[in-house]
Every structure is written in C-alpha cells, then in structure tokens.
Design a protein. Structure first.
Length: 159
C-alpha cells in the first residue's frame, strides 16, 4: 500500500507544473471566434478598459439592425484574475452575438482580482466597488453613443 506522502512524492513533480500552467493561463475559451469586430477601448472619464464586440450583421450592415431596431446589449462581467478577465469573457459570447444579433461589452473590473477579495465583496458601499459600478455605467453610456445599442434592452451576466 502506498501512503499519502509517497503518492505526493511520486505524482507531485508531475502534477505541480500542470497546476501552475492552468493557474497562469486562466480559463480556456473553447468557442470559435465570431465573425464580427472585437476591439478594446478605454472609457475616458473613468479610464476603465473594456472590450466591445459588434456582431457580424452589425459590421456588414454598417450598424443597421436587420429589423430596423436598436441592438440589444449584453454586459458580461469576468471572474477573478488571473484565472479570468474581460478578454476571455468577450470571446465566450461572440458566436451567440452573431447568432442572435446583440452587442457585447466586457468591462475590465478593478475589484475582481485575487488580491482585492480581502475584504470580501459583500458590501456595495466599498469605494472600490462603487468605482467599478460607476465605470460600468459610464462604459454602457459610451457604448450607447458609439453604437446603436439599446439602453433599455440590457442583459448583465457574469462568471
């Protein structure tokens, strides 16, 4: 019978590098990229970066929605860095945005970092949470100005 310590000595040198690689590379995005346009911007008033994806129909029709309406907006929030970030989040949604004709925005949140989870993110009045909240609202306003996104048709989703 092999003891727990013996198992670790045997498998540890193999498993430890694998764990390090997974932690350093973050979440894999198995979905293929969409056919629209993905760009990174910085919102000027809060200096917050964000990724914007315009679906294929938006690009090919110069922003005109196929039904003549404004484009619904999906705001997708990433999980904790370094395991997740705004760029993988925007990539996960591209195919669906092409299929269902909506715009996607993925803000680069300041609070979702393994170093800022102390104290816990359970109080909406923390200044750093308020700063992210204001940044997201400013980004949504900018996207509505930059595109024909409909501010009354927004879906917020997160990791």
């Amino acid at each position: 019978m092999i003891s727990g310590k013996t198992k670790w000595l045997r498998w540890g040198p193999v498993l430890l590098p694998a764990v390090v690689v997974v932690v350093q590379t973050g979440c894999a995005v198995p979905q293929p990229p969409g056919h629209g346009r993905c760009s990174r911007f910085v919102e000027p008033s809060t200096h917050t970066g964000y990724w914007l994806y315009l679906p294929a129909d938006h690009v090919s029709r110069q922003g005109q929605h196929p039904e003549g309406e404004r484009w619904p907006l999906v705001v997708t929030f990433h999980g904790l860095r370094p395991y997740d970030d705004a760029n993988p989040q925007i990539r996960e949604w591209q195919i669906e945005a092409d299929r269902y004709n909506f715009i996607i925005v993925a803000p680069e949140l300041r609070t979702c970092d393994t170093l800022t989870i102390i104290p816990p993110l359970n109080n909406a009045d923390y200044p750093f949470i308020k700063a992210d909240e204001q940044a997201v609202l400013a980004i949504m306003d900018e996207v509505a100005r930059r595109t024909d996104a409909d501010p009354s048709r927004v879906l917020a989703t997160s990791f």
